[in-house]
Design a protein around this ligand. Structure first.
Ligand SMILES: CC(C)(COP(=O)(O)OP(=O)(O)OC[C@H]1O[C@@H](n2cnc3c(N)ncnc32)[C@H](O)[C@@H]1OP(=O)(O)O)[C@@H](O)C(=O)NCCC(=O)NCCS
Length: 194
């Protein structure tokens, strides 16, 4: 593993390096990935290198991490996960995840990354609430979030335009006490089955 920050069973998360600029750019540019984020302007590797050089300053409210499969010893990233708008007064943040290597979808990585990021949010950053917006047609993403304990809190109707059509988004969120209760239940179930 290369410079790991959070370690799971299948993936680990490490800080973004300027050399990760191609992954950052792909997460923004690749049509199959950006469709879920409604990103409509391109970015290039030069811009992303410069952006990577400005990360992790004290008090920064954006905390991105590169997603790396443990089985790949090169430390090659397959996507980016992040907390945005980290608010240490309200103890809240917005969660995002993008796996830009489509060959890596459906392997359980997104679900595990979401679990790892919630552990980071509640056990380490001392957050109270994590939320996100997800396009109602993004079934894989919604499933990964619900498995981790996010609940649908509301619907943003016709919030964004895509291919000539206005699209709805779910607001999803999870609170610290809900996450701790789920974790305790899981641990209890594991002990019962052991
Ligand atoms: C969304 C994303 C993060 C999910 O990560 P992933 O590693 O592909 O997902 P997982 O393998 O953990 O699967 C999550 C769940 O979705 C299910 N799933 C997979 N494909 C599905 C599909 N086409 N429809 C519905 N559910 C699907 C899986 O079976 C799994 O549920 P299970 O464990 O109960 O079987 C990833 O696909 C991605 O980055 N997509 C592009 C960007 C994006 O959409 N980001 C989220 C924007 S809000």
């Amino acid at each position: 593993m290369r410079n790991p920050f959070l370690i799971g069973e299948k993936v680990y998360l490490r800080p973004v390096e300027p050399t990760d600029a191609p992954i950052l750019a792909a997460c923004n540019n690749d049509p199959a990935v950006r469709v879920s984020f409604f990103t409509h302007t391109p970015t290039n590797i030069y811009q992303q290198t410069r952006h990577a050089e400005t990360l992790y300053t004290p008090g920064a409210d954006y905390i991105p991490l590169v997603i790396c499969p443990i089985e790949d010893s090169t430390g090659r990233g397959i996507g980016i996960t992040a907390f945005h708008r980290v608010d240490l007064v309200s103890h809240a943040a917005v969660y995002s995840i993008r796996i830009c290597d489509k060959a890596q979808w459906g392997k359980g990585y997104g679900s595990e990354v979401t679990e790892l990021m919630l552990h980071y949010a509640f056990d380490i950053l001392n957050l109270h609430r994590v939320q996100l917006h997800v396009w109602t047609e993004n079934e894989r993403g919604i499933r990964a979030y619900e498995k981790a304990g996010f609940v649908r809190e509301g619907l943003l109707r016709e919030a964004m335009m895509h291919n000539g059509k206005y699209c709805d988004f779910y607001v999803m969120g999870i609170l610290e006490h809900e996450w701790r209760a789920r974790r305790a239940e899981k641990q209890k179930a594991q002990e019962t089955n052991a």
